[in-house]
Design a protein around this ligand. Sequence first.
Ligand code: NAD
Length: 361
Amino acid sequence: MVLNITCIPGDGIGPEIVAQAKKVLDKVAAVYGHEMKYTDILMGGASIDVHGVPLTDEAIATAKAADAVLMGSIGGDTTTSPWYKLEPSLRPEAGLLKIRKALNLFANLRPAVLYDELAAACPLKEEISAKGFDMMIMRELTGGLYFGERKTVNENGVRKAIDTLTYDENEIRRIAIKGFDIAMKRNKKVTSVDKANVLDSSRLWRAVVEEVAKDYPEVTYEHMLVDNCAMQLVKDPAQFDVILTENMFGDILSDEASMVTGSIGMLASASLNDTKFGLYEPSHGSAPDIAGKDIANPIATILSAAMMLRYSFDLDKEADAVEAAVKQVLADGYRTGDIWSEGCEKVGCTKMGDLLVERIQ
Ligand code: NAD
């Protein structure tokens, strides 16, 4: 099979971690008889430096022509980088919002898994972490507060900022369907998270989720308020299978879930549209503090590449092989600095990529 993949190395550690993911994909191609065709595009700060904008229309066209997009990360140090002196629509993150919208990537999937070997890095009490957890956070990605109208006005000498949170029932229905579909492939449980005791958008969310749930009699579902969910994630994360939620709540809850796994460097993500097309990227940012030092953890990006094999190309065997290699490398005692603990061998970004390549058979 020929896999046409657009790559966005991006900024900071992005180019380092994408290089490792490409190495792993190349090994998968060699072992399973596929051909990887990569086309790189610029986005974020890297694009601002060359084109003056965080994402060009040509780059979007290249991404659209591919089967899937594999991304590192974009952005710089938000207090010192000159990119953040530009007006908001020209900053690195605007490129990310633009590509999500252009590719209609409305469903964001973030798995949060506690690996046995990393249980010591989990900040939760041992009696909680001992139960383990394996959840998928499904976040709506192209609506809600981050895409609503916003402005800052001056009223009688007082500055006032306004952001609007809007959802229509179609936006809610399509993400709910994705959430229930994913639950059918997992443990058949959906926790829909909202703030229905306060927000109208949440009350509509709840109503539409209930309509969609009727088509999935095998899936058990529950509603949970977002503040309770934030607590439950640290109190009893094992209760969750699929967490289905809107854009801003998902942004915050997925970061919290990432912290309870012990390392942000392990967390993959996928953003999907209605077809097989998806954009795959680690959940973490561009980590400008460690860029260029060859110490970043490439595993989140490599696990994102595994999700790409599974969801965009239906190559489940190949995805399983990548995930098994990650488990094996951890079992063999190799760690990057962010997940290192006493008794393990500390390795850099490139070395971790090499070790994973060796373990894909
Ligand atoms: P960050 O995720 O980049 O870094 C937070 C901390 O985690 C840092 O200490 C960093 O060194 C560490 N870290 C992150 N990834 C790591 C990895 N793979 N291995 C080892 N350590 C890792 O978050 P931040 O510092 O808040 O943001 C930095 C930049 O990234 C900002 O410009 C932000 O806007 C951007 N960002 C981009 C994305 C994206 O591209 N999707 C997502 C989040 C943040």
